[in-house]
Design a protein around this ligand. Structure first.
Ligand code: ATP
Ligand code: MG
Length: 710
């Protein structure tokens, strides 16, 4: 009679088993895509609990994206069903772990116990508040560089020469840091760097962490940045077992400070390291793997690896030359409609903006889909507004959210009014409601502003009262109504037939499942900042359908059928990819994309595409030339070759018409349509740096930061 765990071990190959059974020496598993690295981690979790008797809460498993940690929880859950280990283990992103630690011990290093986690938008607003004479747009590159420095573990007093920034940068970095410290909040990078600071400053906290975590596992280790490397180093105590798994061919976050160096120096930092290599791919058909292997072999800077599979040969991957983005979406739609296996299919693209054509076409074709990463539910303006009120309710010093909401909807308090109010604050970090009270009492505000400020203040008093009597839902409903946001968005909905009020309702519903106390609200806000996917059913992305996702966000995931769209130079690899290093990074992204597919792979390249409203004639992605013609079956004519069709009438601009028609139609596909007006889905230029940490892919911005980092 085999036990469950023996059964699980029996499913592994020898190298995988070796990796699972090694639980004392530091372990580095270096292996190609789909070779079972994540499987090793999940089986190891099961093994540690069932065989070694380690309590689940003593296990920490770190991933890089929320999507990946959700996936890992699910995999652990399905290995040992019904035991709930996936809940008890700490399966988190690095950032979520940092937040968890700082929430417990952050007051030791001067954090407010209710600290707010600023996203990129908020961070930029904070920087802007230090430099009122600069436009936000001008400050954006500065903010990116600050995050970049912090991801590399550099503080504002360190030698920043390696960043090649101009001479004003260190001063701006310092001003930003000072302000952030004074308001007692943190930005994303701080979740790592301040955790390091905490563990260095408080030996008793370090000892607690070392007692607490007996096993630490890191997935996608190739994408850890220097700060994360330093944090990991501190977390691993003398009796702790550490195992990291990664694939240098899939390192795709170098622009953000991820270091392949972390793989190379692992054995130095953890003496006695054992290295295990896995070479059998279990995910993909032979034909798909052949494409992946060919492409990646063109990279010079890599460890030679030979990935093979015992899977069937499978269908030849298809390379489709299409007319334009609408044709692209339609062709994909037709293929999907043939088999209707929507849930196991995914469409991968390089930039978020590419999803629009698919969304429009799929609505028209009644194909269910979900968009991962772009404009998340919790990133929407109306939702962020309510959240800003809630953050402010929890932290009276939250200047960024105060400024966001004091005059939204308009209460007659313009820039000048805000300045007047702040002239009553003794210093940064003051209680903003006391400041407001002082300003009101002084009578300095003009009539309308005065009454607006009064009602804002009394609204928070009442909200606090409701929260203290543990009526969370009533409190939030009150804020939504009393602030005027409900009327404001109702009006917008009726004008533009958007669904903003529905989103507000969904937000209240999500909150309703939390404890109705102040602690419940704190927990909700925390989970929201770090991992909206844990909030459960209210997340509109959790529905069946085709997955629309950026290549970056698919890391670690797999689908039976994968469509890679927009394989055109300047889109992919992007315009900013000039150096060989850049191109190698883009090639690794392509490798990641190809290796997501189990059975069917479609590569799509359009001859023309509208980019920022202008039609541009495209060249096929250079990586396509690297795939031997015997490896793919080609449909359509490659642009640049003779008579490729669109000039003699094939193009006709039908895409434009189709899209317009689709926009004005109502979508009876039974799924809740995404109601964001199309026009707002262009990358707005905020959440770049944390791309991957939260599912906030803003690839357009990514390219810019890439430029800066070089
Ligand atoms: P990636 O580099 O993309 O993250 P990975 O190395 O983490 O890939 P997994 O996701 O763990 O690979 O495994 C890929 C697929 O192969 C999964 O569906 C997994 O269940 C399956 N698999 C892994 N090992 C085995 C095995 N020994 N026998 C059968 N299936 C396996
Ligand atoms: Mg994996």
């Amino acid at each position: 009679q085999m036990t469950e765990i023996e059964n699980l071990l029996g499913q592994l190959n020898d190298n995988q088993k070796e990796a699972v059974l090694e639980n004392s020496a530091p372990l580095l598993v270096l292996a190609g895509a789909g070779s079972g690295k994540t499987r090793v981690i999940t089986t190891k979790i099961a093994y540690c609990i069932e065989k070694l008797g380690i309590a689940p809460y003593k296990i920490l498993a770190v991933t890089f994206t929320n999507k990946a940690s959700k996936e890992m929880r699910e995999r652990v859950g399905s290995l040992l069903p019904g035991k709930g280990y996936e809940q008890e283990c700490n399966i988190r992103t690095f950032h979520a772990f940092g937040a968890w630690l700082l929430r417990r011990f952050g007051t030791e290093i001067g954090l407010d116990s209710n600290f707010t986690i600023y996203d990129d938008d908020d961070s930029l607003s904070l920087l802007a508040s230090c430099y009122p004479n600069h436009k936000k747009k001008e400050l954006q590159p500065v903010m990116k560089r600050i995050s970049f420095a912090k991801d590399r573990g550099l503080g504002c007093h360190d030698n920043l020469a390696s960043l090649k920034a101009d001479s004003t940068f260190p001063r701006m970095f310092e001003a930003y840091e000072n302000k952030l410290h004074k308001v007692g909040n943190v930005d994303f990078a701080d979740l790592i760097t301040r955790s390091i600071e905490l563990l260095d400053a408080r030996p008793e906290v370090l000892a607690w962490v070392h007692r607490r975590f007996q096993v630490i596992l890191v997935d996608e280790y190739q994408d850890s940045n220097i700060a994360q490397f330093e944090l990991l180093r501190r977390l691993v105590g003398p009796t702790c077992f550490v195992c990291v798994v990664g694939d240098d061919d899939q390192s795709i976050y170098r622009f953000r400070g991820a270091e392949v160096q972390n793989i190379l120096s692992f054995p130095e930092v953890y003496p006695g390291t054992k290295v295990v290599k896995l070479e059998q791919n279990y995910r993909s058909s032979q034909s798909i793997l052949a494409v992946a292997n060919t492409v990646i072999s063109h990279n010079k800077g890599r460890h030679q690896k030979k990935l093979w599979t015992a899977n069937p040969k499978g269908a030849k991957p298809n390379l489709l030359y299409v007319q334009d983005e609408t044709d692209e979406a339609q062709r994909v739609g037709n293929i999907l409609n043939r088999d209707k296996d929507f849930d196991s299919s995914a469409i991968l693209y390089r930039t978020n903006a590419q999803s629009v054509a698919f969304e429009t076409t799929f609505k028209r074709m009644h194909i269910p889909y979900k968009v991962v990463g772009a404009l998340q539910f919790y990133d929407r303006e109306e939702v962020k507004d309510v959240l800003a009120l809630l953050f402010l309710l929890m932290n009276n010093k939250d200047e960024v959210n105060f400024k966001r909401m004091i005059n939204k909807p308009a209460r007659g308090i313009g820039e000048g009014g805000i300045e007047k109010i702040f002239s009553y604050s003794g210093q940064v970090g003051d209680d903003l409601f006391i400041t407001l009270e002082k300003a009101i009492a002084s009578g300095i505000l003009a009539g309308k502003a005065q009454s607006g400020a009064r009602s804002f203040l009394s609204m928070f008093k009442e909200a606090n009262r409701l929260l203290d009597s543990e009526e969370l839902v009533a409190c939030v409903n009150f804020l939504i109504r009393e602030s005027g946001l409900l009327d404001y968005y109702r009006k917008i909905d009726s004008q533009n037939s958007t669904g903003k009020v529905d989103n507000l309702e969904a937000l209240v519903n999500a909150l309703a499942s939390y404890d109705s106390s102040r602690d419940g609200l704190a927990l909700f806000l925390e989970q929201l900042c770090l991992d909206p996917t844990t909030l459960g059913k209210e997340d509109p992305r959790d529905k069946p359908g085709v997955t629309l996702i950026t290549m970056h966000n698919t890391k670690g995931l797999e689908f039976d059928r994968v469509f890679i769209a927009g394989l055109e130079d300047e889109l992919f690899p992007g315009k900013a990819s000039e150096s060989d290093d850049d191109v190698e990074e883009e090639r690794r992204i392509f490798y990641v994309a190809v290796t997501r597919a189990r059975k069917d792979l479609y590569l799509l390249s359009a001859k023309a595409r509208r980019i920022w409203g202008k039609t541009s004639f495209q060249h096929p992605c250079r990586f396509l030339d690297e795939i031997g013609s015997e490896l793919v079956s080609v449909q359509g004519m490659k642009p640049g070759t003779l008579s490729n069709g669109w000039e003699n009438g094939g193009y006709q601009g039908f895409g434009m018409l189709d899209e317009r028609r689709a926009r004005s139609s109502s979508f009876g596909d039974g799924t809740k349509p995404r109601r964001e007006p199309m026009g707002t889905r262009i990358p707005s230029g905020n959440n770049l740096i944390h791309q991957g940490f939260g599912d906030k892919a803003k690839t357009f911005e990514m390219k810019k930061s890439h430029e800066e980092s070089n």
